[in-house]
Design a protein around this ligand. Structure first.
Ligand SMILES: [Zn+2]
Length: 331
């Protein structure tokens, strides 16, 4: 099972969720089982059972059952991914979101002060200052985030626990370009791309949420799915605001569910053209899964060895990308 979902359900036990919503129940026997009136249908005799050990519910009256997320889907008439997003927002994120907002604002101020970061972005074909501002791209030069955040009242332990700094008090994102990942307006994680020799990708040790910028991309019937944020940024620069990314080739169940929502969806998959065929194989597998789920998919063939970012860095224009989309084929 997806680690994010498991973590969400562990941190919000179903019984606790129901009790906070004023569900009253009686324990059944000596077991971790509880029964009360069903919150999902009208009844006078209790037939709604919750097993606290298994973290599941079942109603003998209306015949519905499942886990926390299923309950929220039924209770609020939301889709699977909307339910997950709402739970994350309501229960998990508020204090950390403020901390991450301060961090992102700080890193944004650092970016123009550090020519090595600006040079790196230009080499990656990301020179559009307006877009960098819109995406709130920043830079972690290292050394001073801790001072800044502790001056705002955050404890060392808190910063360590969030993963923003290491044991020595240094920035975990040292010498990285930073992109905030938002969900329903709130920052839920940070993506850091190394401008030096360190491992290129880094996130905070917490949920990455669903597809990037899905709040704005979901309204487009046609969406372009790329692997990375640098790919997404060049497509946005071309005006292709219907582009989103999954932070890799493997979609989480939440991300897959998002792609499947909405009528008449068409997904253009623009994964990397890898020499070892990894991107091509992942694109085919995903197109197949989408088609099985009733969603139309087309595979975009980039030139050999390229991803959207490297293709753009080599001088490709928006017309070149439009032509690739035009030529994209179903499986
Ligand atoms: Zn019921």
């Amino acid at each position: 099972m997806d680690a994010d979902l498991a973590e969400l359900k562990r941190r919000i036990p179903l019984l606790e969720y129901l009790r906070r919503r004023h569900w009253t129940a009686q324990r059944v026997g000596a077991q971790q089982e509880f029964v009360g009136l069903c919150p999902l249908h009208q009844e006078t005799r209790p037939s709604f059972y919750v097993n606290a050990r298994k973290n599941l519910f079942y109603c003998h009256g209306c015949g519905r059952g499942g886990d926390l997320i299923r309950f929220v889907e039924l209770e609020r008439q939301l889709s699977f991914s909307q339910s997950v997003a709402q739970l994350q927002q309501e229960w998990l994120s508020a204090p950390t979101t403020h901390l991450l907002e301060h961090t992102v604002a700080f890193y944004q101020r650092q970016l123009p002060l550090h020519p090595e970061a600006m040079k790196y972005l230009r080499q990656r074909a990301l020179g559009n200052a307006e877009l960098l501002t819109e995406l709130q791209v920043g830079y972690a030069p290292g050394g001073n985030l801790r001072l800044h955040l502790t001056s705002l009242g955050y404890s060392f332990a808190r910063l360590l626990q969030t993963g923003l700094i290491n044991n020595q008090g240094r920035d975990a994102f040292y010498r990285r370009v930073i992109f905030p990942c938002r969900q329903q307006g709130q920052i839920i994680n940070l993506y850091g791309r190394s401008i030096g020799a360190a491992f290129p990708h880094r996130f905070l040790p917490r949920s990455r949420g669903g597809l990037f910028a899905w709040d704005s991309v979901a309204r487009y019937p046609k969406v372009i799915l790329v692997e990375g944020l640098f790919d997404l940024a060049v497509l946005w620069q071309y005006g292709l605001r219907n582009s989103t990314c999954a932070f890799g080739k493997q979609l989480t169940p939440i991300q897959f569910a998002q792609l499947c929502e909405g009528p008449d969806r068409l997904v253009y998959i623009a994964f990397d053209q890898d020499e070892n065929q990894a991107g091509q194989q992942a694109a085919c597998a995903l197109a197949h899964r989408l088609q099985t789920a009733g969603v139309a998919a087309r595979i975009v063939q980039l030139p050999a060895g390229h991803d959207p970012n490297s293709y753009s860095s080599r001088g490709a224009t928006s017309a070149d990308f439009a032509a690739l989309l035009e030529q994209a084929q179903p499986l």
